[in-house]
Design a protein around this ligand. Structure first.
Ligand code: ZN
Ligand code: ZN
Ligand code: ZN
Length: 307
């Protein structure tokens, strides 16, 4: 599978509106951060492709154009905060047929049948989608003017027959984001070596229950990449600080750890320096880095392949 990080910024994005700080004025392209999202594509053994979007923030249209997104089969929603959900209307272009040929199909304007795009999240977030996008679910208009969606609770992944996404195995990872419940996502493939290789996407969170850490360890095989909430240096009520993100990664032991949901209080290069100053306090992460792994701030457009 291939993963592209479409955005790595906190809810304000960087630069923040009306801010003149050094980070918001930084010329380093790593310091320009759209709101958090990731796009996963996978070529399956039968030759078909799976296209999965994690979160759909207010800049989805710009991200889809920048990264040439041509299909979305499903959205894995971490939670319903605006910075993760309010680009939802722009998914309509993909929603009436679920196929990568959709955009070039001359009949596409006529195609209003089909199941629509599945949105997976926890029960509260699904209710929030129904409430905020109530026009989508009213029978007032057909055609391409509004997205066609199928709301599914993330519990279906733990049920007897979880939905299939080609060769990808997907598991929800329950987390706490202050008082609210969010869902991290573990996406796995069986590699050519017969071993499970995984990508963990863990934002927004201020704590991850031990049972969820264990779920990742038990099911993830080799965690090649872990993208984890790392908001800022100082602790925050609803997000991991840099050190809290490293404490969680220390338990998960990913080959590559990437901070996301980053705010404008430190430049990209300074966050990297901070991580390396503190790395010695983390035995597992230090060993992983000595063996060719990494712990770094993510950046928009970062991509990696897991096979
Ligand atoms: Zn957020
Ligand atoms: Zn700023
Ligand atoms: Zn949030």
């Amino acid at each position: 599978m291939k993963v592209v990080l479409l955005g790595t910024g906190t809810s304000h994005g960087i630069p923040c509106i009306a801010c003149d700080c050094d980070v918001c004025n930084s010329p380093d392209p790593h310091d320009k951060r759209l709101r958090c999202s990731a796009y996963v594509t996978s070529k399956n053994n039968d030759g078909t492709y799976s296209h999965i979007l994690i979160d759909i923030g207010p800049e989805f249209r710009i991200q889809a154009i920048t990264y040439k997104i041509k299909a979305v089969d499903a959205v894995l929603l971490t939670h319903s905060h605006a910075d993760h959900l309010h680009g939802l209307d722009d998914i309509r272009i993909f929603s009436h047929t679920i196929s990568s040929s959709h955009l070039t199909n001359p009949d596409r304007g006529k195609e209003t049948e089909g199941p629509g795009i599945a949105i997976y999240s926890n029960a509260q977030s699904i209710r929030d989608v129904q409430e905020r996008f109530s026009y989508v679910f009213r029978p007032t208009q057909i055609g391409g003017g509004k997205p066609k969606l199928r709301l599914e609770e993330d519990t279906v992944f733990d049920a007897g027959t979880p939905p299939e996404f080609g060769d990808l195995k997907i598991m929800p990872v329950p987390m706490k984001h202050g008082e609210i419940d969010t869902t991290g996502w573990l996406i796995s493939v069986c590699g050519a070596d017969g071993v499970i290789h995984s990508f963990a996407y863990l934002t927004d969170c201020s704590s991850i229950p031990e049972s969820s850490i264990q779920k990742i360890i038990d099911n993830g095989g080799i965690i090649e990449h872990c993208v984890i909430d790392g908001l800022r240096e100082v602790p925050h009520a609803t997000h991991f600080s840099y050190l809290q993100a490293m404490q969680a990664a220390e338990k998960i032991c990913p080959v590559h750890t990437w901070f996301t949901h980053i705010c404008h209080l430190k430049k990209h290069a300074d966050i990297s320096a901070y991580i390396h100053e503190h790395l010695n306090s983390f035995e597992n992460l230090s060993r992983i880095v000595r063996n060719g792994g990494s712990v770094e701030p993510a950046y928009d457009g970062l991509s990696f392949e897991i096979n």
